[in-house]
Ligand binder design. Structure first.
Ligand code: ARG
Ligand code: ASP
Length: 712
C-alpha cells in the first residue's frame, strides 16, 4: 500500500521528460535529437545545423561579448542581437546632448557606424569530444584540486596542438560536472560596430515593469556589423577594415508563427543547475534568494530616487540599474515557481528513488552508498558561511567604492612602476568607472547597504572601524557614510590617477590609511580567513559529489536523454510555438500585437511611453510587407529551454529561417534554470516582422533590409 501511494505521488509529480527540455550540443544532434526534432516538424537535417564539412547554421551564430548571443543576417557581416545586449554600447555613445538611449541610433551609411572598444564576437569553428584525452590516466580518487591541476595541464597541451598554425583560439570545458570534456575551436572578431538601435521606448518598452513577463510588447533588438581585415580575418579596429563575409547568414522568413510550429533557439546559454540535490534547492529558495532579493530591493529603491532627481545620474546609472533589477526580479520569479511547482519535493522523490536503486545492488552500495549523506554533510557546512558570502557579494560589493577598492587592493602593497601593463590597464578601467560614477549616489548606496551588512553579520566578524563609527554616531547611517566618504582620497579620477602615477611606498601608505580602502581591506581579510576557505572547500567537495551523482543518475535512468547544464557553450534548444496557462481560469495567447502597445500606453510612466511616429504608423496601419492585413505582430512565446546568455539568440523555424530574436522568459517559468516544466516554461522572442517594420517603416533604414535575404 505504502509503495503504491509512493508510486502514485511519483507519477503525479514527475512528468515525462518532454523533448522541449534540454540545451543540446550541436555536434551531437544527429546522434541524440535529430529524430525527435523531425518528429516535431523540423524540415532541415542535423547536418544543416552543424557540420564541419560545409557551411551550416552554426556559422551564423556568435557569442556577443561573452554575455549574449548574436546572429549574422547578411553577407555583409550584419549582426542582430537584443537592445538590452547592446545597451552598454548605446549608452557609451550617448551623452545628454546626443541621447541615443532615448532617441535611438541609426547609421544611414557605413561611415556612420560606431566602433566599440572592448566588444568582441566569437564564432565556433568546430567542437569535439576530448574526454578520453583529457581524462586518460587520471585516477578517479584524486583530491579535487590535484585532479583539476592535472586536467588543466592536459587541457593546455591539447588546445595548443589544436590551434597550431592558425589564428584560432581553443577552449576545453567540463560537461556533466567533469564526466566529459569537449573542445571548442573559435575565431574572435574585435571590430564590431553599432549600426542601429531603436529608442528605449521601443527597445525597452515595458521596462522593468514588464521584464520577465508575458504579455510582452518589447522591440528588444539592436544591429551591429562585424568588420574584418581585407584578408577576411579578424583584425583590430581600423577604418580600412571591411565588412566580414560570414560562411552562413540566416535568411529571414516573413511567414510568421502559428501555435505548435517547430522552433529552435541557437545560442550561448550561460548557466543552469538542473541536477542539484535537494539540499541545494532548499538553500536557494529558503536562504540565498530571499536575502539577495532583500539587498537588491533596497539598492534599487535608492538608485531609482537618485535617477529621478537628475538626468546625468539617470544616464550614468541606466545600465547598472537595469542589470541589478534584472537578476532581482528573476530570483523572485524563480523562488515562487520552485515553491509552487514543488521543486524541493521533486528532488526528494528522485533521491528516494535513487536510494532504493542503490540499496538494490551491493556493487552500487559500495560506489554510491554514502553519496546522499555526503551531500547532506557538505551543504550543512556550506550553510554556515552562506549568509556571510551573500552579504559580502551583494551588499559590500554592491557599493561601487568597495569594488574600486577591491580592484586597487589587487596591486598589493609593493611599489609598481607606472608603466607596468597592470597599471596602464587599470588607468583605462578607472576612466570608465568614473564616467558613470556619482559620488553622492554611491554614498547613499553605502549608507543603505552597509547597514544591511552590519545588521546581518555577527558582531565578532564585523570590521573594527565600522563598529567604532557605528557606536560613535549612534547608528546614524547617513552620518557614518558621510564620515567615510568625506575623508576618502579615492573621490575622483584625478586622485586615483595620481596614485597610479606613483604607486610608491608613500602613496601605498596613504591608501592603507584611507578610511574607505581600509574598511574594504578589513572585510576582505575576514572573508579570506573565514568565508572563502570554507566556500572553496565545500564547492570542491560538491563538484566531486555531483560528478559521481550524475554518473550514477545516468546509470539509473537509462531511458532518459541527458543534456549537460548550460556553461556558456553553443547549444540548441528545440520546441514549439506555445501559449500557456499561468493560473486557474486564465489562458494567454502565444503572440502579441501593436494593439497591445497602444493599450499599455501611458505618457506619465516612462516604461510605457509610445513614440509619436509609431502611433502615426499605427493609426494609418502602414505596416508594409510586415503586417498581416491590419495587424502588426510584436512578440511570441515558445517552449524552448533557454537561460541568461540566450538573449539575442535567433529563433529559427522548421526550414532554418529566422523568425524571431529571443530575449526573455515568462515569470512563471524562470525556475527553468533549476527545473524545467513543459507546461509553464516559455521563452519570449521579438517577432522578426516587428523588427523589420521598425527598421524600415519607423526608422527609415530600409537600406538595411535590402541587405538581408527575405523569404515570403
Ligand atoms: N530579463 C531579460 C534577461 O534576463 C531581459 C533583461 C533586459 N530588459 C530589462 N527591462 N531590464 O536578460
Ligand atoms: N534575458 C536573458 C538574457 O539576457 C534570457 C533569459 O534569461 O531568458 O540572456
Amino acid at each position: 500500500m505504502k509503495k503504491l501511494s509512493f508510486l502514485f505521488v511519483f507519477f503525479l509529480l514527475i512528468k515525462p521528460l518532454w523533448a522541449d527540455e534540454g540545451m543540446w550540443l550541436p555536434f551531437l544532434l544527429k546522434q541524440l535529437n535529430e529524430a525527435d526534432m523531425k518528429a516535431r516538424g523540423m524540415k532541415i537535417s542535423a547536418e544543416d545545423i552543424y557540420s564541419i564539412n560545409k557551411s551550416s547554421l552554426k556559422d551564423a551564430i556568435v557569442s556577443f561579448g561573452g554575455f549574449c548571443t548574436g546572429e549574422m543576417i547578411s553577407d555583409q557581416g550584419l549582426l542582430l542581437t537584443n537592445h538590452h545586449c547592446g545597451y552598454g554600447q548605446v549608452q557609451t555613445h550617448s551623452t545628454v546632448e546626443k541621447d541615443y538611449l532615448t532617441n535611438g541610433f541609426w547609421a544611414m551609411n557605413r561611415a556612420e557606424e560606431l566602433p566599440n572598444a572592448g566588444l568582441f564576437v566569437r564564432f565556433i569553428v568546430r567542437m569535439e569530444d576530448v574526454t578520453t584525452q583529457v581524462l586518460k590516466d587520471i585516477p578517479t580518487q584524486l583530491p579535487e584540486n590535484e585532479r583539476q591541476s592535472a586536467i588543466n595541464s592536459r587541457i593546455a597541451e591539447i588546445t595548443k596542438k589544436a590551434i597550431e598554425g592558425t589564428h584560432y583560439e581553443a577552449t576545453i570545458r567540463p560537461f556533466f560536472y567533469g564526466n566529459e570534456y569537449y573542445m571548442f575551436v573559435t575565431e574572435t572578431f574585435t571590430d564590431v560596430r553599432l549600426v542601429g538601435a531603436p529608442p528605449s521606448s521601443i527597445g525597452k518598452f515595458g521596462g522593468d515593469t514588464d521584464n520577465w513577463m508575458w504579455t510582452r510588447h518589447t522591440g528588444d533588438f539592436a544591429l551591429f556589423r562585424v568588420y574584418a581585415g581585407v584578408d577576411g580575418k579578424p583584425a583590430p579596429y581600423s577604418p580600412l577594415n571591411v565588412p566580414y563575409r560570414p560562411k552562413h547568414f540566416l535568411p529571414i522568413s516573413l511567414k510568421g508563427v502559428k501555435m505548435d510550429d517547430f522552433t529552435m533557439v541557437f545560442g550561448f546559454p550561460g548557466r543552469t543547475t538542473e541536477y542539484l540535490p535537494s539540499q541545494a534547492v532548499d538553500l536557494l529558495i529558503n536562504e540565498t534568494n530571499p536575502h539577495r532579493i532583500k539587498i537588491r530591493d533596497l539598492k534599487l529603491r535608492i538608485l531609482d530616487k537618485e535617477m529621478k532627481a537628475s538626468d546625468a545620474v539617470r544616464i550614468q546609472y541606466a545600465a547598472k540599474y537595469a542589470s541589478t533589477a534584472n537578476s532581482w526580479k528573476k530570483w523572485i520569479g524563480e523562488s515562487k515557481g520552485l515553491k509552487k511547482f514543488k521543486g524541493l519535493e521533486k528532488k526528494k522523490i528522485v533521491e528516494a528513488e535513487f536510494a532504493n536503486w542503490v540499496e538494490a545492488d551491493p556493487n552500487r552500495k559500495v560506489q554510491y552508498g554514502s553519496l546522499l549523506a555526503e551531500f547532506e554533510a557538505v551543504y550543512q557546512k556550506q550553510r554556515s558561511v552562506n549568509l556571510s558570502r551573500i552579504y559580502i557579494d551583494e551588499a559590500v560589493q554592491g557599493i561601487e567604492f568597495m569594488r574600486l577598492a577591491s580592484r586597487l587592493s589587487g596591486f598589493g602593497t609593493k611599489p609598481i612602476d607606472k608603466n607596468d601593463p597592470k597599471i596602464v590597464d587599470f588607468r583605462k578601467w578607472t576612466k570608465d568607472f568614473f564616467k558613470d560614477f556619482n559620488f553622492q549616489t554611491d554614498q547613499k548606496v553605502f549608507a543603505g547597504l552597509m547597514k544591511l551588512y552590519f545588521e546581518n553579520t555577527k558582531a565578532e566578524n564585523l570590521p573594527a572601524s565600522l563598529k567604532e563609527k557605528h557606536a560613535q554616531m549612534k547608528g546614524d547611517w547617513d552620518e557614518i557614510a558621510d564620515s567615510f566618504y568625506s575623508q576618502t582620497l579615492m573621490s575622483s579620477e584625478e586622485a586615483i590617477q595620481q596614485i597610479l602615477d606613483d604607486y610608491s611606498e608613500n602613496n601605498i601608505d596613504r591608501l592603507l590609511h584611507d578610511p574607505v580602502f581600509a574598511l574594504f581591506k578589513e572585510i576582505q581579510a575576514y572573508d579570506q580567513a573565514k568565508i572563502a576557505p570554507v566556500m572553496k572547500e565545500t564547492n570542491d567537495k560538491i563538484d566531486g559529489l555531483m560528478r559521481t551523482y550524475l554518473r550514477a543518475l545516468r546509470e539509473m535512468q537509462t531511458k532518459r536523454k541527458f543534456y549537460p547544464d548550460a556553461n556558456s557553450t553553443l547549444r540548441v534548444s528545440f520546441g514549439q510555438v506555445k501559449n500557456y496557462t499561468p493560473k486557474d481560469g486564465v489562458q494567454y495567447l502565444h503572440y502579441t500585437t501593436l494593439d497591445g502597445i497602444m493599450e499599455k500606453e501611458d505618457p506619465e510612466n516612462e516604461d510605457f511611453v509610445v513614440p509619436t511616429k509609431l502611433k502615426e504608423l499605427y493609426a494609418s496601419k502602414d505596416y508594409g510587407q510586415y503586417g498581416v492585413k491590419d495587424m502588426m505582430p510584436v512578440c511570441f512565446t515558445a517552449s524552448n529551454h533557454t537561460t541568461g546568455g540566450n538573449s539575442g539568440s535567433p529563433v529559427i523555424n522548421a526550414e532554418g529561417h529566422l523568425i524571431g530574436t529571443n530575449f526573455d522568459r515568462n515569470w512563471e517559468g524562470t525556475m527553468s534554470d533549476v527545473m524545467y516544466d513543459p507546461d509553464m516554461c516559455r521563452n519570449i522572442a521579438v517577432d522578426i516582422r516587428y523588427t523589420l517594420f521598425i527598421i524600415d517603416k519607423f526608422a527609415g533604414a530600409g537600406h538595411l533590409v535590402k541587405e538581408m535575404k527575405i523569404v515570403r
